[in-house]
Design a protein around this ligand. Structure first.
Ligand code: 3PG
Length: 212
């Protein structure tokens, strides 16, 4: 297995779901991860889609060292460097470019990249760069469970984190595939519940996954 594969497995291999969040206020970072942890989930992907995102990652990394905090929507070397600087333990991108692949090869030890792919060719190309743990994105729209299942025969060394269109109803079917190691989704902590600071609802949604 490659270094990237081993690192991602050790970080996310035992995690049933990685909540993907868009968060506007760094003051909400700790109540959010505490609610997730109370529901049994200690990983989070903070998307770099808001000005507060890096401050959120930093707050979590500093105050909750046991939480596996990563960045999402990482599009460039600059995003990757900023993620590492903020204390992210992993980074997620929706796709993979040559520039990002080379940047990730340099920073792999500090913060492994989980790159997004949607086809067999994209997965093969990512594998050539040493990425053996991949985000299957956008999972539901790209073909869902049957599509991902069909990649396991020809590409048995690759495992995926389906993200995008994953729902509480489809999560068990993804989890049952032999070529998934976790999954990602925004329904656990959607923007509206974070904005409303409805931490008990987020805890309930986390617990609904971990207790099922
Ligand atoms: C995203 O792009 O925000 C993630 O892929 C989450 O997708 P979802 O909202 O369909 O879970």
């Amino acid at each position: 297995m490659t270094t990237q594969g081993a690192q991602i497995d050790s970080l996310l291999g035992g995690v049933p779901i990685v909540p993907v969040v868009v968060i506007d206020d760094a003051a909400q970072a700790l109540p959010l991860v505490d609610a997730l942890a109370a529901g049994g989930i200690t990983a989070i992907e903070v998307t770099l889609r808001t000005p507060a995102a890096l401050a959120v990652v930093q707050a979590i990394a500093e105050a909750r060292p046991n939480v596996i905090v990563g960045t999402g929507t990482v599009l460039s070397e600059k995003d990757l460097d900023a993620s590492i600087e903020a204390g992210a333990k992993f980074a997620v991108s929706p796709g993979l470019t040559e520039a990002l692949a080379h940047a990730a090869q340099k920073s792999n030890e500090a913060c492994p990249l989980l790159p997004g792919v949607a086809t067999a060719s994209e997965a093969m190309r990512a594998s050539e760069y040493g990425f053996e743990r991949l985000k299957f994105f956008p999972a539901g729209q790209a073909g869902g469970v049957p599509y991902l299942k069909s990649l396991s025969g020809p590409l048995p060394h690759l495992k995926f984190c389906p993200t995008g269109g994953v729902t509480p109803a489809t999560l068990p079917d993804y989890a049952a595939l032999e070529n998934t190691f976790t999954a990602g989704g925004s329904w656990i902590a959607p923007g509206a519940l974070i904005a409303a600071e409805d931490w008990s609802a987020i805890e309930e949604r986390a617990a609904a996954v971990t207790c099922s």
